[in-house]
Design a protein around this ligand. Sequence first.
Ligand code: SUG
Length: 446
Amino acid sequence: MQTLEANFDGLVGLTHNYGGLSVGNLASKSNTGQVSRPREAALQGLAKMKYLHDAGLVQGLLPPHERPFLLLLRDAGFSGSDTMVIETAAKQAPELLRAASSSANMWVANAAIISPSADTSDGRLHASAANLTTMLHRSIEGPQTARALRAAFPKDQHFAIHDPLPAHEYFADEGAANHVRLCADHGAPGVEIFVHGRHAGFAPDLKFPARQTFEANQALARRHGLNSDRVVFTMQSQKAIEAGAFHNDVVCVGAKTCLFFHENAFADTEATLEDIRRAANDLFEPQFVQVSDEDVPLRDAVTSYLFNSMLLEWPGEERLVLVAPAECRETPSVEQFCKKLVKGNGPIGRVEFVDVRQSMRNGGGPACLRLRVVLTPEELAATNPDMLMSDKLHARLTDWITRHYREELSPEDLADPTLLTEGRTALDELCGILDLGSAFYPFQRN
Ligand code: SUG
């Protein structure tokens, strides 16, 4: 067996809802207050995982976080019984209850930045949980994410799992959504591209926040022991952020030697490509698939989420496969472009479409839902097997979701304290299914 790239998807949580919490994320804003369908959302995500598992790819999953997160509400001064905390917060600070109830942890592309062992100085896989400091509802994810990563990758001799960077805007970090790795083969040393939206202490004059700092990226590359000759730091274009690309993965995705990106993704495209070529010197020849604004206007790229596709090496196929959101077929410029993309002999040979519409309505496409983890055979063997997809796990999770998830959830429902008990009962059971022990969630440790 060879070193491979596994995808770990975030399992959609029981409180999946449209809270309108993310400034700069156009879908989140435009769907604010709509009634969500948590069961359907979770089953859509699970179907994507099963699809890739059935294709012969290694698929894992990361469990949803505990929501509503009572610790946030208690830290904010709400006290008394859990029911009282929820009911009072619903009356006095509904925005805080919405933040504490968000299921945004499902977008695990933001969970961490991962450097495969082929790139690091100590030969271990390094993962840094993201602090997600820019958005309140996401800033509560880091510690639980680190716990989940340690549960999935438990052996110290193979894995170095780091806690999030200090929670300050200097280190604002949104995980792998602003990180791309190119390589000749997954097991060979690669080039790691870190993308930032701003420098610390400097708030660009943008209508939307830039969520990743250059300083966070530098710290992560240092922590992971990367060879500085093989690292590229580059900046997102302000135009992309203002058009709704709150993460670089809304306008860019890369795999193996291929970087697929919109011409407006980077502040300085020429310099970025030159830096990548230089970093890849002697390793591989990068293949750049640059999409012009004429072919796909930035606006269409953002609404369709074309670049938030998974770009995958597919068993038995020579060229890469782009697993794109179904919305791409409904955006004429993008649909046309996809047909053109696979003609000829470029690096991308096929486009497949998946339905993750419930997630898309909050700005989370197929690539947002997954965290890529390159694993050597030894590392795969050391991974928690109960967190890897199988037909059996798929059947158990389908049953678990069907029994525990609500069909519909409106913003008003977040004030209902029974949602808390429903969630805890379900997560307790999930800990058994994924072999997470009985002290995995904060509520279990009280
Ligand atoms: O951080 N949406 C997420 C979407 C994350 C997408 N991830 C990547 N691009 N990798 C975000 O903006 C919306 C939640 C709400 O409004 O209820 C939200 O958090």
